[in-house]
Design a protein around this ligand. Structure first.
Ligand code: SAM
Length: 293
């Protein structure tokens, strides 16, 4: 029963005590709303069976709530000024390990093996992300071989909406497709900027990413599929056909090949990519290969 870190008063007191002025360049906005922290932990359904990796513990506000709910927490913090602070604020907990490292340089698979006492326990990744590297961090996790049972992350609301977007909406694009290819994504709740010290100048949201149903059809080449997601949305307002021609060119019978691929995939060349489902993109990738594109 230790006092919570996450109150505006205690956060300010800790920052004063250690002379910490937050660095905008590291995306340092500390959460000071206990309810929001508890809702983040609930959104991940974190229990005493779970290992948790946290990215960017800051002064430990979320880390502490995670430690109370989880089996063990391993937290990666890049800012060495905060390591001494965390040593102090998290002293009451014996199931937390703080590592002074840039998360983008961490081999997640090795980190799990080395740092948790039971590496085979369910793994959750929970974080109030540094917003300047939201997408690289997500890609690193999604591309890792490590099995993650849930990813619960705070990010800029605009990015959250893009991750969870459905076909036919203005938020839907290559980021939605790249993420939804690997996991199912939903926005759990929005967070007001007043919940942080200092207030960020964007609105935020919590996104939950969980394992998805296997795809009905698999691509013959993932890298080409990911490029195709980008090709489709190079110019959002243009037709799929226009964007394909721009990417692949018109010469050497390319128009015929593209037409064949679209016909085989039963996709109307005049639609916009924002109408295409993930499965349609996968089908198109495969028919493009078959047509020799
Ligand atoms: N978890 C704390 C909270 O909720 O109050 C702090 C969140 S703050 C938005 C982001 C944290 O990520 C900061 O502590 C920052 O120093 C850290 N950070 C920034 N870049 C990082 C990186 N590349 N690797 C690890 N941590 C990073």
């Amino acid at each position: 029963n230790y006092p919570d870190i996450a109150t505006p008063l205690r956060t300010q007191a800790i920052m004063n005590q250690y002379g910490i002025n937050t660095k905008k360049s590291l995306g340092q906005n500390f959460l000071t709303d206990l309810n929001i922290l508890k809702n983040i932990v609930s959104a991940g359904d974190v229990s005493k069976n779970d290992n948790v990796i946290e990215i960017g513990p800051g002064i430990g506000a979320l880390t502490e709530q995670l430690a109370r709910a989880a089996k063990e927490v391993v937290a990666f913090e890049i800012d060495d000024r905060l390591i001494a602070v965390l040593d102090d604020t998290l002293a009451p907990y014996n199931n937390i390990k703080v590592i002074n490292q840039d998360i983008l340089k961490v081999d997640l698979m090795a980190a799990v093996q080395e740092n948790f006492s039971d590496p085979s326990a369910p793994l959750k990744i929970v974080a109030n992300l540094p917003y300047y590297i939201t997408t690289p961090i997500l890609m690193q996790i999604l591309e890792s071989e490590v099995h993650v049972d849930a990813i619960v992350v705070m990010m800029q609301k605009e990015v959250a909406d893009r991750l969870a977007a459905k076909p036919g909406t203005k938020e839907y694009g290559s980021l939605s497709l790249t993420v939804q290819y690997r996991v199912q994504a939903r926005v759990a709740f929005n967070v007001d900027r007043t919940a942080f010290i200092p207030n960020p100048n964007v609105d935020s949201a919590i996104v939950v990413l969980e394992p998805r149903e296997p795809l009905a059809i698999l691509p013959d080449n993932e890298q080409r599929l990911f490029s195709l997601f980008k090709v489709g949305f190079v110019m959002r307002r243009k037709t799929l056909w226009n964007n394909l021609i721009t990417a692949f060119g018109k010469n050497g019978g390319m128009q015929d090949k593209l037409m064949d691929a679209l016909e085989a995939a039963q996709i109307n060349p005049k639609i916009r990519a924002e109408k295409l489902t993930l499965e349609q993109f996968v089908t198109l990738q495969n028919t493009l290969t078959d047509a020799g594109v």
